[in-house]
Design a protein around this ligand. Structure first.
Ligand code: GLN
Length: 581
């Protein structure tokens, strides 16, 4: 697979990273020794392509249970290293058997995050991209399903030369190969790897084994995230953490750092106990207490010198992370006085994890515009039952993506309400399709306008492109970054300030261009049109003299919003909502 990150930009980054490494001096002797030793510890190296990468260092992040915010810890560590001028890559290991997250229910797994190359991945990839402002791809999400299917495919092709194919070394080599390939393709100084799941579970044993082998051959350190409950008397209990570290040690791994997830800052007594019973340096125990705003986490780490301590562990000279502009952004948001409310109408509104990228895209607008955004979750099924939206309660409305017809009519009601009452509206993917249906029904008089995803109708304005095969799950989706051209002077043009853009897609159905003229005659503008020969509708909008902000995208603008570079679509929407408020 040709790697997209090999670009002029990357070589600039590399140049900077090389410079930073030079300034910081070389690793201590012990390390270079470890790197250069040609140890073939338990390694088959028969069918694998990527040998260890000389300069790369690995930081593995494990956890004592799920739901601790390991993704956030991993992203924050990578940010600390990146801000010191290192070329940092990041990967998520998911120990489930699914090859990717594309077929997993949002109820079970939260949001499916789509990368530019069209990979349907774990939502942690989204956290990493938002923190690092870096495009990731399918190589950065390693699942059991992916590793096993690769090994089985190689076995079938006879690539193991008649050997007995075993978990160790063949599965572990495949895992190591996947990590080495990231380091090599990106010429990374550091690869920060989050190992999903819980230490001690059967699921992630082979990944821990592979990590242990890497640490034997290359510079690698371990960060273990543990939960510190506070029971009665506010006493912070460390016993669970101690047992979890013991599990990790039974996998042959001694953690170099412990991250203590707790409600309040980690107290002296708990820290002392953790150091003593877990054999971790007192100074290497980092408190990761609740701070409300996830974007504060790298700052909380810097306060505890985590940036310096990591380099020290690797035998590198102390450098300091520079997150001044990040800090200023966090503070700007905290100072903000003006508060607005954005309603999000959703099917899974009880499970807000399904819309996590949208919520973050809104949060990125807060520090940029100096406002606070309160999100009001509106259940589309309750709208169908007659719940009314109230103009005074929301300053803007988002109808997000989704699949299937549950709650669809409720979402259409909400769109009509926003259109008729001048409430800033943003439709995303399904929200785009429903905005077209609503307009066709109410303004163009096509009373039975609908999508063939939901029903058969005489006016299927949203339909499957000829040649799409519904029986193959995922196979026919339009996925990942697709370029589109932008109509001059349209709202789309105003938003992006460009005539050519690309954004990420994840959908099967399309607006039927045979209806386009009728829509345009009825006042609708299609500001973005796909740059390929299909000329698919990418954005729809109403002129701003008719409505302050009525805009929808067939793509998911939320996937490209980053903390330090918010999505222009969300910015324009939030700005319009703030002006109304
Ligand atoms: N269900 C719609 C489609 O497949 C929209 C998908 C989405 O919102 N991601 O086209």
């Amino acid at each position: 697979m040709k790697h997209r990150l090999r670009s002029a930009k990357l070589s600039r980054v590399r140049g900077r990273a090389r410079k930073a490494a030079k300034i910081r001096g070389k690793e201590k002797k012990t390390h270079s020794k470890a790197v250069s030793s040609k140890s073939s510890h338990k390694s088959s190296r028969i069918a694998n392509k990527f040998p260890p990468v000389k300069k790369a260092r690995y930081l593995f992040v494990t956890g004592s249970m799920s739901g601790l915010g390991k993704g956030l810890v991993t992203a924050s560590i990578a940010k600390l290293l990146q801000s010191q001028g290192f070329n940092v890559s990041i990967a998520k290991i998911d120990p489930y058997i699914n090859v990717d997250a594309g077929t997993m229910s949002p109820f079970e797994h939260g949001e499916v995050f789509v990368t530019a190359d069209g990979y349907e991945g774990d939502q942690d990839l989204g956290t990493y991209e938002r923190f690092l402002d870096k495009n990731l791809n399918r190589a950065h999400n390693i699942t059991t399903g992916r590793i096993f299917s690769q090994v089985i495919a190689k076995e079938r092709e006879g690539k193991y030369l008649g050997k007995t194919v075993q978990p160790i070394p063949h599965i572990t080599d495949e895992i190591k190969d996947a990590l080495h390939s990231i380091a090599q393709r990106e010429n990374a100084d550091f690869v920060v790897v989050e190992i999903g799941g819980t230490v001690g579970d059967i699921e992630n044993q082979l990944f821990l084994e592979a990590a242990k082998q890497i640490a034997f051959e290359e510079p690698a350190k371990f960060v273990h995230v543990v939960y510190i409950p506070e029971l009665t008397l506010k006493e912070q209990k460390t016993k669970m953490a101690q047992h979890s570290v013991r599990s990790l040690q039974s996998a042959g791994i001694d953690p170099n750092f412990l991250i203590a997830r707790s409600e309040n800052p980690l107290g002296e007594e708990a820290r002392r106990k953790l150091a003593l019973f877990c054999n971790v340096k007192y100074s290497n125990i980092i408190s990761s207490h609740n701070v409300g705003d996830t974007y504060k986490m790298p700052l909380v780490f810097i306060e505890q010198n985590f940036d310096k301590l990591i380099l020290e562990e690797f035998g590198l000279k102390n450098g300091r992370a520079n997150l001044d502009s990040w800090r200023r952004a966090v503070e700007r948001k905290e100072r903000a006085q003006k508060k607005i409310t954005i309603g999000i109408v959703g099917k899974y509104s009880r499970l807000q994890d399904s819309y996590v990228s949208i919520v973050h895209a809104l949060r990125h607008c807060e520090h940029t515009l100096g406002i606070r955004i309160n999100v009001e979750w509106i259940d589309s099924e309750r709208l169908e039952e007659g719940l009314m939206l109230d103009n005074t309660q929301i300053d803007g409305l988002i109808v997000p993506g989704g699949f299937g017809n549950r709650g669809v009519e409720g979402k259409i009601c909400a769109i009509r309400y926003a259109r008729e009452n001048g409430i800033p509206f943003l439709g995303l993917c399904l929200g785009f399709q429903l905005a077209a249906i609503e307009y066709a029904r109410d303004v163009l008089g096509l009373k039975d306008a609908n999508s063939t995803e939901f029903t058969k109708t005489k006016n299927p304005i949203i339909y499957l492109l000829p040649g799409q095969d519904l029986n193959k799950l995922g196979a026919t989706m339009r996925l990942g970054n697709c370029p589109f051209t932008i109509k001059k002077k349209s709202l789309t043009h105003k938003i992006y300030g460009k005539l050519l853009m690309g954004e990420r897609h994840r959908h099967r159905y399309e607006f039927d261009n045979r209806y386009k003229k009728r829509f345009e005659a009825g006042g609708m503008i299609f500001g973005g049109i796909s740059a390929d020969k299909l000329r698919l509708a990418e954005t729809l909008e109403l002129p701003q003299d008719k409505h302050p902000f009525f805009f929808a995208t067939q793509y998911h603008a939320e996937f490209t919003s980053r903390f330090e570079r918010p999505s222009p679509v969300f910015l324009a929407f939030a700005k319009a909502a703030a002006e109304k408020a």
